[in-house]
Unconditional design. Sequence first.
Length: 356
Amino acid sequence: MNFLVTGGAGFIGSAVCRHLCANPAYRVTNLDKLTYAGNLASLRPIENAHNYSFAHADICDERAVLDILRRNDIDIVMNLAAESHVDRSIDGPGAFIETNIVGTYKMLNAALEYWRGLSDDRKSRFRFHHVSTDEVFGDLPFDGGMFVEETPYAPSSPYSASKAASDHLVRAWHETYGLPVVLSNCSNNYGPYHFPEKLIPLVILNALDEKPLPVYGAGANVRDWLFVEDHARALELIATKGTPGESYNVGGNSERTNLAVVETICDLLDIRRPRAGGKRYRDLITFVTDRPGHDRRYAIDASKIGRELGWAPSENFDSGLTRTVDWFLDNKWWWGPIREQRYAGERLGEARKEVV
Ligand code: NAD
Ligand code: DAU
């Protein structure tokens, strides 16, 4: 079976490529533009694998995508390429509109043209799997409620609005043109190779650098956390066994306030890399201005994927976070150049900018 993974040089896409390549019956083509978030070093464990190849391309380039689909005889597209950071979407929404909306539209057009040229047998087996986020459902109150697949979309940020728009396009290509699509909406991932603009890797690396650990507002906002390798397994199941036209919610059943997440990282580091002079990492926690439009809480009801596809996470938050902290302690070769050359940890998305 031949997979095209877009955004495979990113955090989740690279986990998907590493996971799929472990199956010798699969061939994996990774299509990535290599933006600031793309990093071929994340593919090092599979870069010489017989069943892995890389194509440097932009999902907005419909002709290039079509050519890659044809040259690699693709059976399953997994569309992960996106601008993914909420704070960057506040500072500069344009790239999010371009890649997440226009790029998905171009991917759908290319996939449709390719699909129409397949034999009937291959046509029925083809899938376009669009990887989305729980943020499309918007803001939950602190005291109850969970997102189910039928929850109405109510995105709050330019990022989540662009992902919501792309989900609608994917459904429309199914209803109107019959393209066999599946969608998934997942909660916050964490784990190895996570770009250090996101909360968990940022806090780990700032702590190791003895820098302030920025907590937005009072740190009371709640996210549901899923270890990235559990997400990669879920995505393989959805892409290969999901029902066309359906969407699947994926979550870790691990809700935590942001402050609790940061404190747990501090406590793990106190044991694994104690600070000089008996100081505690918690002393570096700094409360900073809140994110504009900050959703209070996300929570996922993942019972459908459990019931229909037999998926369950294998890591809980404590075991996954321990693995993650240990990975960052052992892999400075990966994150050192990023912190030096791409992103040093400065505050992003602090204020709404006037658009003229
Ligand atoms: P990421 O920012 O780490 O990686 C995105 C990748 O896409 C990068 O390699 C980048 O180079 C590539 N890319 C960006 N624009 C491109 C373009 N125009 N053409 C080709 N490649 C392009 O993102 P991530 O955290 O790995 O997220 C992957 C997907 O999963 C996204 O669609 C995101 O919305 C979704 N998602 C993420 C999370 C999460 O917690 N990180 C949770 C749920 C869903
Ligand atoms: O829910 C899924 C989403 O999770 C994905 O769709 C996004 O691509 C992914 O980036 C993530 O979005 P979040 O905005 O939830 O992740 P982030 O790591 O940016 O922030 C997590 C929480 O921590 C959020 O409530 C904001 C807060 N935060 C974040 C940063 C970067 C802080 O308190 N301090 C920080 O420095």
